[in-house]
Design a protein around this ligand. Structure first.
Ligand code: G6P
Length: 377
């Protein structure tokens, strides 16, 4: 076991640090650059045979649980943008309870690290009963979901041992973005946007590799300042809504701290009442079209407090955010990438923060109480 963990104290930390390699593996052989033209091509062999069926679907439904569900939320917008097919995202348990109307003109995408999650499998058998096209996005080769779906994408992220999903989560987002790129491969009107995303994907492992140590140092200090906190609020919108839900889940599951991820547009509809000098708040401010909204939300929160931990996770050297740095506010700067990929980088500080909080509190990071890696019953 010590050999597998290498120099890391826990699998979770090892898996966080492995993300440059796991993301590279997820993209290996699938994204290619033509050195002559400088253009990128995508090739996802596992879904090519069903592309026509998927593209003629009236909707695409993502079904998943836990972190896999958040990966679906993170990718939904870019799938809609590149395919012009409406996408909905379902929690497998809720989808099963509702027995949602489903038709052969639907495509259902089942996203699961293990490929064995009971609720997701139950949704898959319901979708097969309705004759929908079924796609599996799984990490474990040969798992039930990969065998029972009609086509799919393997994450190739390598085995994930820590109960809290980290590298599988970021690989899931990449796999779903590649799915969108494959579905739109012959759309001329989307060409410039597709090339922008492909180039950013290509760059991403290097960006993570060169910044993770620095992000780790910043979050270690942040964890110290949050060690005594009973509760934490995370807020974001757009592509970062998924980041705040996933960040809150990470902090809950390994550090046992009550944490809520709240859409910034919803703050004024209730959660603002929680704001006082004791409530730590973490905002996700990407350099995208949500920025104006995020700035007004964070000003509303800042105006209601005079002390306490207030953090903004933003892209490096963002002048609109640098002005907030000071006594009242700490910035965690992360490398900038394409807007639809920013959630992959913005989750890193939350993975590391949850890890350090859990270690400070003396918890079993790789095996949190009451939780299992794969929920098969
Ligand atoms: C468990 C794990 C989570 C995971 C979820 C869904 O609760 O602890 O990390 O996100 O199951 O698992 P799956 O294998 O379907 O992605």
């Amino acid at each position: 076991e010590t050999i597998m963990r290498g120099s890391f104290d826990h699998y979770m930390l090892k898996e966080i640090y492995e993300q440059p390699e796991s993301l590279t593996s997820t993209m290996r052989g699938r994204i290619k650059k033509d050195e002559g033209t400088g253009r990128y091509e995508i090739h996802l062999g596992g879904v090519k045979s069903r592309l026509r069926d998927i593209l003629s679907s009236s909707r695409i439904i993502f079904v998943a649980c836990g972190s896999s569900y958040h990966a679906c939320l993170a990718a939904r917008q870019v799938v809609e943008e590149l395919t012009d097919v409406p996408v909905s995202v379902e929690l497998a348990s809720d989808f099963n309870d509702r027995k949602c109307p489903l038709f052969r003109s639907d495509t259902c995408v089942f996203v699961s690290q293990s490929g064995e999650t009971k609720d997701t499998l139950e949704s898959l058998s319901y979708a097969k009963g309705a004759d929908a096209v079924t796609v599996g996005v799984v990490n474990v080769v040969g798992s039930e979901i990969s065998r029972q779906t009609s086509c799919g994408i393997h994450l190739n992220a390598g085995s994930e041992i820590g109960v809290a999903s980290t590298k599988a989560y970021t690989s899931q987002i990449v796999a779903l973005v590649m799915f969108a790129l494959q579905l739109s491969h012959d759309r001329h009107s989307k060409d410039a946007r597709r090339q922008e995303i492909l180039a950013a994907l290509h760059e991403m492992p290097y960006q993570i590799e060169s910044s993770i140590k620095r992000i780790d140092e910043v979050t270690l200090r942040l964890a110290k300042s949050l060690e005594q906190s009973a509760s934490i609020l995370l807020s974001g919108r757009g592509f970062q809504f998924a980041t705040c839900l996933e960040g809150a889940l990470k902090i809950k599951e390994v550090s046992y701290t009550h944490t809520e991820g709240i859409h910034s547009g919803e703050l004024k509809h209730g959660p603002l009442a929680l704001i006082d000098d004791h409530m730590p708040v973490i905002f996700f401010a990407a350099s995208d079209n949500t920025k104006g909204h995020i700035q007004s939300a964070l000003q509303q929160v800042l105006a209601r407090r005079s002390s306490g931990v207030f953090v903004i996770v933003c892209t490096e050297d963002d002048p609109d955010m640098l002005k907030y740095r000071g006594n009242m506010c700490e910035l965690v700067e992360v490398p900038k990438t394409a807007d639809c990929l920013q959630s992959i980088i913005s989750i890193l500080p939350m993975q590391l923060l949850s890890y350090h909080l859990a270690v400070y509190r003396g918890h079993n990071v790789d095996q949190p109480r009451h939780l299992a890696k794969s929920v098969t019953v």
